[in-house]
Design a protein around this ligand. Structure first.
Ligand code: GRF
Length: 194
C-alpha cells in the first residue's frame, strides 16, 4: 500500500514507519512525507530519498485554501493510506472529503481521555497512573474518530512530561507500525477481491 505521512516536528514516529517499510515483507511503502512547516523530521525522508512537501498555513490566504492545497499535495502521491504522525493541525473538509476512511492519526493518550495537543501534560496533571497510545481514523472532530488500536503505558513516580512522552512514543511507534500493516493488508485483500 502507498502511504503518505504528515508530520510537524521531529518525526520520530515517521522515522519508525520508514524503518519498518525497509523490510520488503512489510505491506506498505512510504511514498512521501508532508509537513505544515519545514519540520526537522522531513530529514528522515530526505535521507532515504523519499519525496517531501511542505504546505504551510501562512503560505495561503486562508485556512480553506490551505486545506485544499494540503489535499492536493497529498493526492499528488496517490496514497492508499494517509498517516498523521505528530501533525499538529486540524485538517479541513477538503482533506476529509478526499481521504476520510483512510486517514489515521496517532495520539499519545487513551482516547477519549485527554484529547487535544497537550495529552501527555494533561494525563500527568490529572494524576493518571495509566495512560497510553491510540491510533484512530480521523473525522471532522479533534481526536474523535473511530479507534483502531490502543495500548496502555504506565505513568511512573517522578515522571515529567518529556520522560512520560518518550515512554508513550516508544509504544506509539509499535502501534503505528502494526496498525499501518494491518490496514495495508486489508487494502491488499480489497484490491484482490475487486
Ligand atoms: C507524538 O507523540 C504524537 O502522538 C504527538 O506528537 C508526537 C510526535 O512526535 N501528536 P514525533 O514528531 O513523531 O517525534
Amino acid at each position: 500500500a502507498r502511504v503518505v505521512v504528515l508530520i510537524s516536528g521531529t518525526g520520530s514516529l515517521c522515522a519508525a514507519l520508514l524503518d519498518a517499510t525497509e523490510d520488503p515483507a512489510y505491506p506498505a511503502d512510504v511514498v512521501a512525507v508532508g509537513a505544515d512547516r519545514p519540520a526537522p523530521g522531513l530529514e528522515h525522508a530526505r535521507r532515504r530519498g523519499v519525496p517531501t512537501f511542505v504546505c504551510a498555513l501562512g503560505d495561503h490566504p486562508d485556512r480553506s485554501a490551505w486545506d485544499r492545497a494540503l489535499a492536493a499535495g497529498i493526492a499528488a502521491f496517490e496514497p492508499d493510506l494517509v498517516v498523521s504522525a505528530g501533525f499538529m493541525k486540524i485538517v479541513g473538509p477538503a482533506v476529509l472529503d478526499a481521504f476520510e476512511g483512510r486517514l489515521i492519526n496517532t495520539h499519545p493518550a487513551l482516547l477519549p481521555a485527554f484529547p487535544g495537543a497537550h495529552a501527555v501534560r494533561d494525563a500527568l496533571a490529572a494524576g493518571a497512573t495509566v495512560t497510553g497510545s491510540t491510533v484512530h481514523l480521523v473525522d471532522a472532530g479533534v481526536d474523535t474518530g473511530p479507534v483502531l488500536a490502543q495500548r496502555e503505558v504506565p505513568v511512573l513516580p517522578g515522571d515529567d512530561e518529556p520522560r512520560l512522552h518518550e515512554r508513550i512514543k516508544a509504544v506509539e511507534r509499535e502501534l503505528l507500525v502494526e496498525t499501518v500493516a494491518r490496514m495495508a493488508a486489508t487494502e491488499r485483500e480489497d484490491e484482490s477481491s475487486r
